[in-house]
Design a protein. Sequence first.
Length: 118
Amino acid sequence: MWELLVRKVDKRHLTDPVNDRQLLKRGDVVAIKPGGHPWSKRERTNPEWEIIRVSGASLEALEHLLLGDPPDLCLPAEEARRRVVSLVFEDLKPEMTLTQIRSAEVVRPKRHRGVVEL
Protein backbone atom coordinates (compact mmCIF):
# COMPACT_ATOMS: atom_id res chain seq x y z
CA MET A 1 0.00 0.00 0.00
CA TRP A 2 1.12 3.56 -0.75
CA GLU A 3 -0.11 6.91 0.47
CA LEU A 4 -0.33 10.00 -1.70
CA LEU A 5 -0.30 13.52 -0.32
CA VAL A 6 -2.50 15.42 -2.79
CA ARG A 7 -3.06 19.16 -3.12
CA LYS A 8 -6.73 20.12 -2.52
CA VAL A 9 -6.54 23.73 -3.72
CA ASP A 10 -4.46 25.61 -6.27
CA LYS A 11 -1.38 27.31 -4.93
CA ARG A 12 -1.19 30.69 -6.67
CA HIS A 13 1.35 33.40 -7.35
CA LEU A 14 -0.87 36.36 -8.13
CA THR A 15 1.71 38.66 -9.69
CA ASP A 16 3.99 36.31 -11.64
CA PRO A 17 2.46 33.87 -14.15
CA VAL A 18 5.80 32.06 -14.64
CA ASN A 19 6.05 31.31 -10.91
CA ASP A 20 2.34 30.48 -10.80
CA ARG A 21 2.79 27.78 -13.44
CA GLN A 22 5.50 26.15 -11.31
CA LEU A 23 3.34 25.92 -8.18
CA LEU A 24 1.35 22.80 -7.32
CA LYS A 25 -2.31 22.88 -8.30
CA ARG A 26 -5.48 21.06 -7.18
CA GLY A 27 -5.05 17.33 -7.82
CA ASP A 28 -1.23 17.43 -7.98
CA VAL A 29 0.58 14.80 -5.93
CA VAL A 30 2.90 16.39 -3.37
CA ALA A 31 4.54 13.17 -2.12
CA ILE A 32 4.28 9.38 -2.27
CA LYS A 33 5.10 7.39 0.89
CA PRO A 34 4.73 3.75 1.97
CA GLY A 35 1.51 2.81 3.74
CA GLY A 36 1.59 3.68 7.42
CA HIS A 37 4.02 6.55 6.89
CA PRO A 38 4.24 8.78 9.99
CA TRP A 39 2.87 11.94 8.39
CA SER A 40 3.55 15.08 10.38
CA LYS A 41 0.71 16.85 12.16
CA ARG A 42 0.95 19.63 9.55
CA GLU A 43 0.61 17.10 6.70
CA ARG A 44 -2.36 15.41 8.37
CA THR A 45 -4.24 18.57 9.33
CA ASN A 46 -3.44 21.09 6.58
CA PRO A 47 -6.76 21.92 4.87
CA GLU A 48 -4.91 22.29 1.55
CA TRP A 49 -3.77 18.63 1.45
CA GLU A 50 -5.47 15.24 1.46
CA ILE A 51 -3.90 11.83 2.11
CA ILE A 52 -5.11 9.09 -0.25
CA ARG A 53 -4.26 5.40 0.31
CA VAL A 54 -3.61 3.33 -2.81
CA SER A 55 -3.60 -0.47 -2.75
CA GLY A 56 -2.43 -2.86 -5.44
CA ALA A 57 0.28 -0.54 -6.76
CA SER A 58 4.04 -0.47 -6.89
CA LEU A 59 6.06 2.70 -6.46
CA GLU A 60 7.03 2.42 -10.13
CA ALA A 61 3.34 2.50 -11.09
CA LEU A 62 2.81 5.75 -9.16
CA GLU A 63 6.02 7.75 -9.43
CA HIS A 64 5.02 9.33 -12.77
CA LEU A 65 2.60 11.40 -10.66
CA LEU A 66 5.62 13.34 -9.33
CA LEU A 67 7.15 14.16 -12.73
CA GLY A 68 7.28 17.68 -14.02
CA ASP A 69 8.21 18.91 -17.46
CA PRO A 70 11.83 17.98 -18.20
CA PRO A 71 14.22 20.64 -19.44
CA ASP A 72 13.48 20.76 -23.15
CA LEU A 73 14.77 23.02 -25.90
CA CYS A 74 11.24 23.20 -27.34
CA LEU A 75 9.62 24.14 -24.04
CA PRO A 76 10.48 27.61 -22.73
CA ALA A 77 11.10 27.75 -18.98
CA GLU A 78 8.09 30.02 -18.50
CA GLU A 79 5.83 27.22 -19.79
CA ALA A 80 7.30 24.39 -17.71
CA ARG A 81 4.89 22.79 -15.26
CA ARG A 82 5.52 21.42 -11.78
CA ARG A 83 3.47 18.27 -12.55
CA VAL A 84 2.63 16.82 -15.94
CA VAL A 85 -0.01 14.41 -14.60
CA SER A 86 -2.68 15.56 -12.18
CA LEU A 87 -5.59 13.77 -10.52
CA VAL A 88 -9.20 14.88 -10.79
CA PHE A 89 -9.67 15.75 -7.14
CA GLU A 90 -13.44 15.20 -7.23
CA ASP A 91 -12.81 11.56 -8.28
CA LEU A 92 -10.56 10.79 -5.29
CA LYS A 93 -11.60 8.75 -2.25
CA PRO A 94 -9.64 8.12 0.97
CA GLU A 95 -8.80 4.58 -0.21
CA MET A 96 -8.36 3.64 -3.85
CA THR A 97 -6.87 0.98 -6.10
CA LEU A 98 -4.29 1.57 -8.80
CA THR A 99 -7.03 1.17 -11.42
CA GLN A 100 -9.14 3.85 -9.76
CA ILE A 101 -6.15 6.20 -9.54
CA ARG A 102 -5.38 5.69 -13.23
CA SER A 103 -8.97 6.52 -14.15
CA ALA A 104 -8.65 9.79 -12.19
CA GLU A 105 -5.44 10.84 -13.98
CA VAL A 106 -5.34 13.80 -16.33
CA VAL A 107 -2.29 14.45 -18.50
CA ARG A 108 -1.93 18.15 -19.05
CA PRO A 109 -1.47 19.05 -22.71
CA LYS A 110 2.06 19.99 -23.70
CA ARG A 111 2.73 23.47 -24.99
CA HIS A 112 5.54 24.02 -27.44
CA ARG A 113 6.20 27.66 -28.25
CA GLY A 114 2.57 28.55 -27.69
CA VAL A 115 1.14 25.56 -29.62
CA VAL A 116 -0.86 23.06 -27.59
CA GLU A 117 -0.10 19.41 -28.30
CA LEU A 118 -2.61 16.83 -27.05
